[in-house]
Each structure stands twice: as structure tokens, then as C-alpha cells.
Design a protein around this ligand. Structure first.
Ligand SMILES: [Zn+2]
Ligand SMILES: [Zn+2]
Length: 353
């Protein structure tokens, strides 16, 4: 048994807050496991929902953090493709059954027995994190640790755009919600070459301005402008080919459904606050809209996400707006909850990377 101790940001019990900065043993890398000294962890919207007690998925107590990068410091005896010193990131899959139909196709995001890092298994808001060999990706030299810590949310967006829908160069699309996910979707779409209408509300003004800087063809404040008129004018009345929702706002979703071209697609990338909502099913059926759910990411999405980051398709500097040392995790969470940042990073071992 290792007796070395470390610090971790732990959700201790269900309910609001219930968070603590705890001491816990550095995990041991046995079998196919790899021990990573964490460089950066991005704070995700789901971490905030967990903080507030709104997200029921995590089993407590658990150390949070599932968007991370770091350096390998130990490997288990069965590990052959990863070595000490490698610069890495990891998929969030820690355990899957390996036997269900989904696992057979490496669709680990759908395995009913899946355990994820930072939800059911201790995550990376700690000095060290354990991952399994199969989930790990070695970083290209030109990709920074800061950038690599965005691989996971970017992979979720790759999943939505490359796997669940097939975004094309000729597409005109709407992306709703200019938060981190919306802005990642935007940058992927611009890399493909699609025409992007990015929508938000008045309080998103500075995020919409950033969207314009990151390549959005049109930005629309739906509280001040008539989205329907803009879409009709841009598409000769046909409507957009696809809508990607990263707003989770039901009124926005319903406003967008009649603006989708007949036989177009609606892709739900984020969760709604409530599981039962009133949707414009009339538009869905009359326009033969394909309504698509996109959940998390799977192994197919990761090399694409890492490639996009490494080739500079994602503006890492604009996406990361604050960094905090691990000790100041609470301040980092508060900053995210204020709602003015894009991506906030926690630095697990400040000054060591
Ligand atoms: Zn996340
Ligand atoms: Zn399975």
C-alpha cells in the first residue's frame, strides 16, 4: 500500500454544496491502470450542477474532475502502450462491462455498467488521477497541457457534429447558446466550413462578441432581433440544415424547430433542466425533422478532438479565461457560477508543468 497522500476536491454527499477539500491516498497503478500527475482540469457545467446538487449521476463521496491533462508517473503491470513521462489526456471511461452490445462497438458512452472518472470514480481535481490504459491518449508535442484539458468537452462536440449528425461544408446551421460547448461547436463547424448563425440572449453579449471573433458568420441576440426573419432571409425561406442546441433552453428550442429545413436535423447536445418538457412536435412531424440526442463522447471522437486542438482549429487562449491553483478550487467554482467566464482551469500542481 502506498502511504503517500494528496489533496482532492470531493463531493461528499448529495445536496447543495456538500463539498470538501480532503486528504486522500495517492492511488496505486495496478493491472491496466495508469497514474497521472495532473496538470490542468477544466471545470464543466456538470461539475456546477453537481456542486448545486442538481445532477444525480455522481456517486458520493467522489473527487470531481473529468476534463484533464497531465504526465504519467506510474503504470500497472499489464500496461504496454503508455510509459512513465508520457504527456497525456484520458477519456472519462474508467470501467465498462466489455460485454454488452455497446461495448462490442466501443460505444462506451452507452454501456449501462459504465463508471466514469469524476462521477463514479475519483477524478482529476486532485494532485493525481488514475485512468485505464485503453482510455489514454498521448499528446502531440505541439499541444499544450492547457489545450489538452479541453479534449473531453471538445470530443463531446465532435460526437455531436461528426458522429450523430454529419455536418457538411454546404450546411447552414444554428448553434444556440454561446457557452463553452456552443463555442467549441462553432469552431468545429468553421473548421468544416459550414455557415454558422450563433444565437444567445442579451446577457450573453460578450460571449456573442467572442463567437464573432471565433468565426460565427452571423450572431443573433434573440431578445433584440427576429431570428425567424434572419433565417428566412439567409435561406430563401427554406430554413437551416441543422440546429445544435447547447442552451438547454426550451423556448429557444421551440423557436428553432420551425426554422429547420424540411428533413433537417435538430441535435440536442446538452441536458434540459427538466426531463419532461413541452416541445413543438407539430414542427417535428410536419417538417420531418430528425431529432437527435448526443450523449457525451466515445473513443472514435478523441483522435479528432486532439487533432483539432493540435492543428490550431480551436482558439485555446480565447477559450480559457481563468486559471486557479487547486487550493483555490472554491474560488474557481464561484467564478464559473458568476457566469462571465468561458473555460476556467484548475491547476493541480502549480508551477510543476
Ligand atoms: Zn464535462
Ligand atoms: Zn458494456
Amino acid at each position: 500500500m502506498s502511504s503517500k497522500m494528496m489533496k482532492g476536491v470531493s463531493k461528499q454527499a448529495p445536496g447543495y454544496d456538500q463539498m470538501a477539500f480532503i486528504d486522500l491516498p495517492v492511488p496505486e497503478a495496478t493491472e491496466d491502470k495508469v497514474l497521472i500527475k495532473v496538470a490542468y482540469t477544466g471545470i464543466c457545467g456538470s461539475d456546477i450542477h453537481t456542486f448545486k446538487g442538481e445532477y444525480k449521476n455522481p456517486t458520493t463521496p467522489v473527487v470531481l474532475g473529468h476534463e484533464f491533462s497531465g504526465q504519467v508517473v506510474a503504470v500497472g503491470e499489464k500496461v504496454s502502450s503508455i510509459k512513465v513521462g508520457d504527456r497525456v489526456t484520458s477519456e472519462t471511461t474508467f470501467y465498462v462491462c466489455g460485454e454488452c452490445d455497446y461495448c462490442q462497438n466501443k460505444q462506451y458512452n452507452l454501456c449501462p455498467h459504465r463508471k466514469g472518472i469524476g462521477t463514479q470514480q475519483n477524478g482529476s481535481m486532485a494532485n493525481y488521477v488514475l485512468a485505464r490504459e485503453e482510455s489514454i491518449h498521448i499528446l502531440p508535442d505541439q499541444l499544450s497541457y492547457e489545450g489538452a484539458a479541453m479534449s473531453e468537452p471538445l470530443a463531446c462536440c465532435v460526437h455531436a457534429m461528426y458522429q450523430k449528425s454529419h455536418l457538411e461544408l454546404r450546411d447552414t446551421i444554428i448553434i444556440m447558446g454561446p457557452g463553452p460547448i456552443g463555442l467549441f461547436l462553432l469552431q468545429i463547424a468553421k473548421e468544416i466550413g459550414a455557415f454558422v448563425i450563433m444565437t444567445g440572449i442579451t446577457k450573453d453579449a460578450h460571449r456573442l462578441a467572442l463567437a464573432e471573433k471565433l468565426g460565427a458568420d452571423v450572431i443573433v441576440d434573440t431578445m433584440k432581433e427576429d431570428l425567424a426573419a434572419i433565417v428566412n432571409q439567409l435561406t430563401d425561406g427554406y430554413g437551416v440544415d441543422k440546429v445544435y442546441d447547447a442552451s438547454g433552453a426550451v423556448p429557444a428550442v421551440n423557436a428553432s424547430l420551425p426554422l429547420i429545413r424540411k428533413q433537417g436535423q435538430f441535435v440536442q447536445v446538452g441536458l434540459f433542466a427538466n426531463k419532461l418538457v413541452e416541445l413543438d412536435t407539430e414542427s417535428i412531424i410536419q417538417r420531418e425533422i430528425e431529432y437527435i440526442g448526443s450523449r457525451s463522447q466515445n473513443p472514435y471522437d478523441w483522435p479528432i478532438a486532439i487533432h483539432l486542438l493540435a492543428k490550431g482549429a480551436i482558439n485555446i487562449d480565447e477559450m480559457i479565461t481563468k486559471k486557479y491553483p487547486l487550493d483555490d478550487w472554491r474560488e474557481a467554482f464561484d467564478k464559473v457560477m458568476e457566469g462571465n467566464e468561458i473555460k476556467v482551469m484548475i491547476e493541480s500542481n502549480p508551477g510543476e508543468f
